[in-house]
Design a protein around this ligand. Sequence first.
Ligand SMILES: [Zn+2]
Length: 559
Amino acid sequence: MSPVATAEVVAGWFVPGKGKDEVAGVWRGVVLAGLAWVSGTAVAGAAEQVDLDMVARIRQEAFARSQVAASLKELTETIGPRLTNSPAYARSTAWARTRLQGYGLANVHEEVYDPAFGRGWEYRASRVELLSPRAMPVHAAPKAWTPGTGGPVEGEVVKATLKDREDLEKQKGKLRGKIVLLDDVRPYKPSDKPGFRRHSDEDLGELRTFPVPEDAEPDAHDKRVEAYRKRQAFERELNAFLEQEGALATLSVSSRDNGILRVTGGGSRKAGEPVGVTALVVAAEHYNQLVRAVDRGQDVRLRIDVDAGFTSEEDLPATNVFADLPGSGKAGEVVLIGAHLDSWHTGTGASDNGAGVVVMMEAMRILKAVGARPKRTIRLALWGGEEQGLHGSSGYVARHLADWPEPTDPEQKALPRAYQRGTGPLQRRRDYERFAAYFNFDNGTGRIRGIYAQENHAAVPIFKAWLEPFNDLDAEIVSTRNTGSTDHIPFDRVGLPGFQFVQDPADYFAHVHHTHLDTYDHVVPDDLKQAAAIIASFAWHAATREERFPRKPFRDRDE
Ligand SMILES: [Zn+2]
């Protein structure tokens, strides 16, 4: 045997000294995890209890009576995309609450994480037609939080670089009534990679290793903050400029090929800030034609009709949705599972992150359906504002778990929470000590192949044991690496265990992420069934294990 950690299942383990019915009414399985074999002898390796009876119940419920596909169809095709604070987002929170109440969960409610997150905005229709030098329909969609055209408008297409203050000076007085191409031609890059793929053994092998990080630049954080601040300030200036100059619309090239529109936000969601003019993202193959025609000196004219716009004058409060499976014995301690309910607006937010939402709701449904009675409370969180910077999860952490004291410096105050330097050390709230762990699912539809341990080495043998009964479903690796960019980060940042699963790439980054193709058809329901089973089991084990889930050493940034 190789001298690496292994896991071995001893199924049907009977806990001595207790009647069958006293041990949660079941025979228990025990997975002996983290056994290191040195010279043929097993050393270390405390047994992590794995409840194989519960695993079997969970798997049966997840695979025989799954509701993930039905839920996802409703969420994505009846409700549609769910931009934070849009009318559809409000419909989705109501839908989720009704469904979660129907599962018999407790404490189903919405909670405000930001009393003035921003204005509502909605995208209803858009039509872009080339009128000259020839007729052609142009494939385009507007950026969120930019104004519509208020009916069809026509104008000449011009090219202008608007990247800094000097550019604005140069273009002063030239853009009235014009439709402005902001980008140059983006040449087509044929791809020899498959659009949809699973992790190969090679990929997984690489994820098992930990690359020693390079020395961080001491002022890396300050540089990032400064770049962010500059970008924000210029965006405001550019929006005001476009309004004042009376440009009709701006066009940008999509960052994906093959007709895919990848569209996020523009303008401003904040009441009172300049929102600029109608801003469209155009399919690269169409955009490039426009640029080449302008470069040839042809008279290029478009008709644009964008029915989209703000649904409120004022900044609205933004909410997360919660539901509990209450614990007994350690009910004050919480295991949290979650995903983000908000999405961008051109697809239907199916992979990002409808998939995660229905997986997490399904995990709660399964636990309720199998009669799970956890010691700790298992809580579901459906976050808002993820796409604008993890706002819903950050707000929850700050309010209920831990936060740095508010900065007093107004410049600091204006920054998003992730960039702020609080004044003084982390303030831990009462529930900080009682928090167990958070599990997140937000890398598209891809099935779970394992989990990132975020350098929490004490978590590694536990995860290995918990994954063991799912090895036959392709879930097995525990990567010590960190992964970022989604809602486990605010937990990790304050020293609490927060995790995201290793998922198959599927077609997430190739075709779907933030694009108009993020629809139900690109989701693999069997992958979501697998994920729901694993997450239900993880939540159960985190909620029933004797000891609180281990934490990695935390060093406050102000210490
Ligand atoms: Zn996402």
